[in-house]
Design a protein around this ligand. Structure first.
Ligand code: NAP
Ligand code: MG
Length: 490
């Protein structure tokens, strides 16, 4: 029996049920335009240039964002350099307090930050509020704890900060990537110049407000918004001692080349084509839930998304039939609706990329199963979640990173074949194993060439646990002691 106003509505004669709209009620203030955050203040860009940031679910312009040019990057690096010695000399327990305050303010302003993240990025509010924001706060809390314990983190060594860190992040987890970059750098006594992705600058600028609220010393964090060219200027700047980049493998290679003849430290977190491997003895309900996240979590805009599904042949038909049923239950629509599972694709460019791959899958003879046939909204960037069967490992959809709500399903017969198919990729970011046999898990995990291997679970993150790739998925780790070590010299 469903009570009135319970959020569930009967459609046709009590047989079909759907959710009533549950839009987020919090209204967030957004300024008409934003400057750069340099030396503790918002300043107009010396370039005099601005670009619009839009809501990908409606194509409405949310604000105008400053585009940092050469003189702006110069000012940001100078501010970071000037602030660094005092920040490094600060008593470690005092530095810890700043990180702790940032974490607390993020918790207090969670709703506002989550709504803004969803408006600028397109991801469902349920994700930004329940996944992204708690992880963002945890990351600052965790690193607050390390500030005065660095000597215990690296026993017998004398860890020193690197200096000025240039940090460049993508649009898929704007605040979370920012936390992953800033928290360890600051904990170790470095100062930062960070560039958010062009399409998602708003929450970074909101974080700048938090830095002001908690009186973070000017210059410790500088935020330069802009496009790829702004990122390039940070990478090439001589006074920058370390580059931390998360983004595409293509840009990662360019950055590696630009840093090659310098003494800059470099860490790269790049793309992936991660496999889920389901064995015939797996708990299938759980495995299907894991596999379906590869399709819908953050619209598939996840570097470690399980975007290849390898299923043991004996259970292939059953897995496909369950996936078909499960994908139909995904609710795509207004990202600010609390019941939405699948939001908007972040940009027109990304939507075009995803469509290109879907077309290629069809042309190469794979069969597609879509979440629904309902018409898509007229405005905004939408892509129905889908998966492909009859996929050959040589097809583009099985080889290249799509970064959208698309899964390629393939089969294997033996563990040996699963390993060889799983590792048959230039990437190596993550992998998932589904089996009820512990020995199989360990044996597989040992032989998978992936930075993170999850067993009977997926997309589980913890600031204490290092994250990063093998091969073309990059090098260096973020999180845990390994992540910390990327921000010190010893
Ligand atoms: P992207 O094009 O490589 O951009 C990433 C960042 O680099 C953005 O801030 C971008 O600015 C900037 N940039 C672009 N060209 C640059 C250049 N020549 N020099 C310096 N900076 C430059 O990647 P994306 O399309 O935003 O993000 C998707 C990719 O990120 C996927 O491949 C995904 O797998 C990867 N990713 C990896 C991880 C990980 O942890 N391994 C996490 C998340 C995402 P603009 O935004 O203005 O272009
Ligand atoms: Mg946007």
């Amino acid at each position: 029996m469903i009570e009135e106003n319970s959020g569930l509505h009967a459609e046709a004669a009590g047989t079909e049920w759907s959710y009533a709209p549950a839009p987020e009620s919090l209204k967030v203030e957004i300024a008409e335009k934003y400057g750069l955050f340099i030396n503790g203040r918002f300043v107009a860009p010396k370039s005099h240039k601005y670009f619009p940031t839009i809501n990908p679910a409606s194509e409405e312009t949310l604000s105008q964002i400053a585009e940092a040019g050469g003189r702006d990057v110069e000012a940001a690096v100078a501010a970071a350099k000037a602030a660094q010695p005092a920040w490094a000399r600060l008593k470690p327990t005092e530095r810890a307090k700043f990180l702790f305050r940032i974490a607390r303010r993020i918790q207090e302003r969670t709703n506002e930050l989550a709504v803004l993240e969803t408006m600028d990025n397109g991801k469902p509010i349920a994700e930004s509020r329940n996944v992204d924001l708690p992880l963002v706060a945890q990351h600052f809390f965790y690193h607050a704890g390390w500030c005065d314990k660095l000597k215990y983190a690296f026993p017998g060594r004398d860890p020193k900060p690197l200096g000025v860190c240039g940090q460049i992040i993508p649009w898929n987890f704007p605040l979370l990537m920012m936390a992953w970059k800033l928290a360890p750098a600051l904990a170790c006594g470095n100062t930062c110049v960070i560039k958010p992705a062009e399409t998602t600058s708003l929450t970074a600028l909101r974080l700048a407000e938090i830095f002001r609220e908690i009186d973070l010393p000017p210059g410790v964090v500088n935020i330069v918004t802009g496009a790829g060219a702004t990122g390039q200027m940070i990478v090439r700047h001589k006074a920058v001692n370390k580059i931390a980049f998360t983004g595409s493998t293509e840009v990662g290679k360019q950055i590696a080349a630009a840093c090659a003849d310098t003494d800059k430290r470099l860490t790269l977190e790049l793309g992936g084509k991660s496999p889920h491997i389901i064995f015939e003895n797996a708990a299938l309900d759980q495995a299907i839930e894991g596999a379906i996240t590869g399709i819908y979590f953050n619209q598939g805009h996840v570097c470690c998304a399980g975007s290849r599904l390898l299923v043991q042949e004996s259970i292939l038909d059953e897995v496909v039939s369950r996936l078909r049923e499960r994908i139909k239950s995904l609710r795509m629509g207004d990202p600010l609706d609390k019941n939405t599972d699948v939001g908007a694709i972040n940009s027109a460019e990304q939507l075009a990329t995803v469509r290109y791959y879907i077309e290629s899958g069809l042309e190469e003879g794979a069969s597609i199963i879509n979440s629904s046939d309902e018409p898509l909204p007229e405005r905004g960037y939408w892509c129905r979640p889908c998966f492909f069967t009859d996929v050959q490992p040589s097809q583009l959809i099985a080889r290249e990173e799509i970064f959208g709500p698309v899964l390629a399903v393939m089969s294997f017969r033996t563990p040996e074949e699963a390993i060889s198919k799983a590792n048959n990729t230039p990437y190596g970011l993550a992998a998932g194993i589904w089996t009820d046999k512990g020995s199989k898990m360990f044996e597989m995990a040992k032989r998978l060439k992936a930075g993170v291997v999850w067993c009977n679970g997926y997309n589980l993150f913890d600031p204490a646990s290092p994250f990063g790739g093998y091969k073309e998925s990059g090098f260096g780790r973020e999180g845990g002691l390994q992540g910390l070590s990327a921000y010190v010299r010893m």
